[in-house]
Write a protein that binds this ligand. Structure first.
Ligand code: PLP
Length: 435
């Protein structure tokens, strides 16, 4: 015991090491000293060796803040990795928005301006069929706001086939009921008819809710009325039809024919469409509310809207994301549309480089997915580099971390979710992981 204590490097000696110069500047002396002291304590207890004290302290300091992860899972929208990676233009906009900006100021007149007006205008321009648009913190918040404003103390008519759990124990029905609205369930799990809706509508109804069951599919004897049919019933009853599209497509995407999009649903008669900003739209986390101007205005004016409002960072990132959707440089769209032939070529080249470096690797065909609770059952032809399964752990702990997919005893690095410019880095990280 005494021997070990004597071998533990002294705090001053550790802090004088040039490796600690940058951390001292970044974190300040007190914080770095605390990390060293903690590492010394671990050494005293025999958890680490005395020699490892500096490295342990540096590792603890490096472990602060989010760590970059290369998404090589082939899942485009990986919930555990923060869903959509933002376009570079959105990252630039975030840097500007981080300072003081004109988020609520009209620079031409010097007067207060509508908060986030350029972002809202960009969204409105992207969905011309929407009479007005509003933004909240996520799609769940959009539904809470609609339920509170239009069905507080009243009923929301919803099909039993659309009472979905979105993930991580988050259930849409529970969320809706938490606002004080009551659910009027209609139909059955597999089938609901337009007459079921019509029969349930009455003086207690606040609105009719259509939910796109994003993350699962019922096949076989199943069916629910489409937006156009429901819109007819709602129009007759003078009630709003609110439609939760989930994935955030603004226009039809030929590769995902079963995913709803805001433009089509509005054209078919939905009064209000809600969607997420960080799924297929590929932007920051936010909730989109698009539709009839009078309804959007009521939502905007509701007291709860203030509690759900998005910050300036979100507004800036969303606006740049919408521009990138048409201008290019949009990671989610790029990954979705990547050419499988090109992906295979990249996989072969990377596997060959690794093999040359003495690392067993092969190029294999793979199936990528949209993920993030979107487009269940859709697979996208892709290509991957197959490595020894034992590399999955070291890759995950690398810098940057690389998350692959372990399948049939191999670790697959699917290139559909890796930007083409990321292949060199991937090569370097795999080489480092093998050491
Ligand atoms: C993902 C999803 C939600 C939740 O959206 P968040 O933006 O994560 O709050 C709600 N409804 C549907 C249909 C979804 O797919």
């Amino acid at each position: 015991m005494t021997d070990i204590r004597r071998l533990i490097p002294r705090t001053d000696a550790v802090l004088a090491d040039p490796d600690f110069t940058a951390p001292l500047t970044k974190f300040g002396r007190a914080r770095v000293k605390a990390a060293v002291n903690e590492a010394q304590r671990l050494a005293r207890e025999g958890v680490i060796t005395p020699d490892d004290v500096p490295a342990a302290a540096l590792a603890a300091l490096a472990g602060t803040g989010p760590r970059r992860v290369v998404n090589a899972t082939g899942v485009l929208l990986h919930t555990n990795l923060g869903r959509a990676p933002l376009p570079a233009a959105a990252v630039e906009a975030l840097a500007v928005a981080a300072g003081t900006t004109d988020v609520e100021l009209d620079l031409a007149t010097g007067r207060r301006g509508r908060r986030g007006r350029t972002a809202l205008a960009a969204l409105a321009a992207a969905v011309p069929g929407a009479g007005a648009v509003h933004l909240v913190n996520n799609n769940a918040a959009a539904l809470v706001l609609a339920a509170t404003a239009f069905a507080g103390g009243k009923e929301i008519v919803i099909s039993r086939g659309e009472m979905v759990e979105i993930g991580d124990g988050f259930r849409l029905p529970d969320l809706l009921v938490s606002t004080g609205a009551r659910l009027r369930e209609v139909g059955t799990t597999n089938r609901t008819s337009v007459d079921d809706y019509a029969a349930a509508i009455g003086p207690e109804t606040g609105f009719v809710l259509k939910v796109h069951p994003s993350n699962y599919r019922i096949e076989g004897f199943a069916g629910t009325p489409g937006i156009a049919e429901l819109a007819g019933v709602c129009r007759e009853a003078g009630l709003p039809l609110v439609a939760d599209a989930g994935s955030g497509l603004l226009r039809p995407e030929p590769l995902l024919p079963d995913e709803p999009d805001a433009a089509t649903w509005l054209k078919e008669g939905a009064d209000l469409v809600t969607a997420s900003g960080d799924k297929l739209l590929g932007g920051p986390q936010c909730g989109l509310l698009l539709g009839r101007a009078d309804l959007v205005e009521r939502l905007r004016r509701h007291p709860l809207a203030r509690a759900l409002r998005v910050d300036k960072l979100t507004l800036a990132a969303l606006e740049a994301t919408l521009t990138a959707l048409t201008a290019g440089g949009h990671p989610v769209a790029d990954a979705l549309h990547a050419d499988p032939v090109r992906l295979r070529r990249r996989a072969r080249a990377l596997a060959a480089r690794l093999t040359d470096a003495g690392i067993p690797a092969s190029a294999v065909d793979s199936e990528a997915r949209v993920g993030g609770g979107s487009a269940p059952g859709v697979t996208l032809a892709s290509a991957a580099v197959a490595l020894d399964e034992a590399l999955a752990g070291p890759l995950r702990e690398g810098d940057p971390a690389v998350l692959g997919r372990v399948e049939h005893g191999r670790c697959l690095l699917d290139l559909r979710t890796v930007a083409e410019t990321g292949d060199d880095e991937l090569f370097a990280v795999v080489v480092a992981a093998c050491r």
